[in-house]
Design a protein around this ligand. Structure first.
Ligand code: ATP
Length: 348
């Protein structure tokens, strides 16, 4: 049995899927398997094709070639409303003149669910997103975060096997966004639904996902757990897109790590010490001068440059700085050290 034939509820499978808009391929020969009950994120820069993939799963966009399966059923040619998926958009798309309760009941009404039953199911969904107290209000009487939760309740009440979310938190401010990330994740775990989540925010994807597909120019550069894509990026693009990187190759890599292939050292792996520091066993080191220091609250980011002009970025938790005092200052001579085992080779 091939994976596209799995009949587990909420199993999404794309085979050789391409999408062309005129001459431009937004998605190119994509194979993708999303597991049942998984929180799966598609992460990538603007224009990398992630929304187009989501829209092809939803049925809002036809495929140019390839197939889409859900639970083993070939849904490639089905209309959106015949698919067992629902989509939550960034702009919520609530009906402004209907109460919250009526907004959530709406989809059940179109499915001809009897009145009492749909009231019960809608109340349960509103309860799940913790908004029972405002069920009688109109959408404009809610905050942005509350409207987003209602949009979610409206999708959840239809009990889709797969919920598609297109940058659903994009319109929220940072604090609300972080609260909603936790809530979304909790709701997903409790409901046991497959979530396919589009975002260009790498921290958001890392925080919420079981697995992440990193998109670039219509292709998946790497697919893995947050830990895998961060610690072992398959390409320089992935290393650069997820967090800050120190990418070195050729002579620079040879000088610092003793080999000339493309390597990456994450900034949090690099420790800074005063001039003259002797590295411990299993540590590599380089001497340099501090050229920039940035305080970001929890961390201090320091950039150093050695005599050959090679720059390294180091981030340290302020809590861990010696004596909790200030970091190094611009112009200080320092020794940067890192464990040799923390140098990651980038395969491509
Ligand atoms: P964003 O984060 O900005 O939404 P994305 O990664 O989701 O970006 P897509 O929206 O999937 O990217 O777009 C991928 C490519 O396809 C882009 O080059 C875009 O301009 C193009 N594209 C998307 N929709 C259409 C369309 N309806 N007509 C023509 N080109 C399109």
């Amino acid at each position: 049995m091939t994976s596209s034939e799995s009949h587990e509820p909420g199993y999404v499978s794309l085979r050789s899927v391409s999408k062309a808009f005129g001459d431009v391929y937004a998605v190119n020969d994509l194979d993708l398997d999303i597991q049942s009950g998984e929180f799966f994120s598609m992460l990538g820069p603007s224009g990398s094709g992630k929304t187009t993939v989501l829209r092809m799963i939803a049925g809002f966009e036809t495929v140019t070639s390839g197939t889409v399966h859900i639970d083993g059923e070939n849904i490639t040619d089905l209309a959106p409303f015949d698919r067992t998926v629902n989509t939550v958009f960034q702009d919520y798309a609530l009906f402004p003149h209907m109460t919250i309760q009526d907004n959530v009941e709406y989809g059940l009404r179109t499915r001809k669910v009897p009145k009492d039953e749909r009231a019960r199911q809608a109340s349960e969904a509103i309860d799940r997103v913790k908004l029972s107290l405002v069920a009688d209000r109109l959408p404009h009487q809610l905050s942005g975060g509350q409207r987003q939760r209602i949009a979610l309740a409206r999708a959840l009440v239809l009990r889709p096997k797969v919920l598609l979310l297109d940058e659903p938190l994009g319109a929220l401010d940072k604090q609300l966004r972080e609260e909603m990330q936790v809530e979304l994740k909790t709701i997903q775990r409790e409901a046991g639904i497959t979530f396919v989540f589009v975002t260009h925010d790498q921290e958001e994807a890392m925080r919420m996902s079981d697995r992440i597909a990193v998109f670039n120019a219509g292709r998946i550069e790497q697919l893995g757990t947050p830990h895998e894509v961060y610690e072992n990026p398959a390409t320089a693009f992935v290393a650069g897109f997820l967090g800050i990187s120190n990418l070195l190759d050729g002579e620079k890599a040879m000088a610092l790590v003793g080999r000339s292939e493309l390597v990456n050292i994450r900034p949090e792996r690099i420790r800074l010490h005063g001039a003259g520091h002797k590295p411990e066993k299993d540590f590599s080191s380089v001497e340099g001068v501090v050229i920039e220091v940035a305080y970001t609250g929890a961390n201090t980011i320091t950039i150093i440059e050695n005599s050959a002009g090679v720059r390294l970025i180091s981030t340290q938790l302020n809590e861990e700085l010696p004596g909790h005092k200030d970091s190094f200052a611009v112009g200080d001579r320092v020794v940067a050290t890192w464990r040799s085992s923390h140098v990651a080779t980038i395969p491509h």
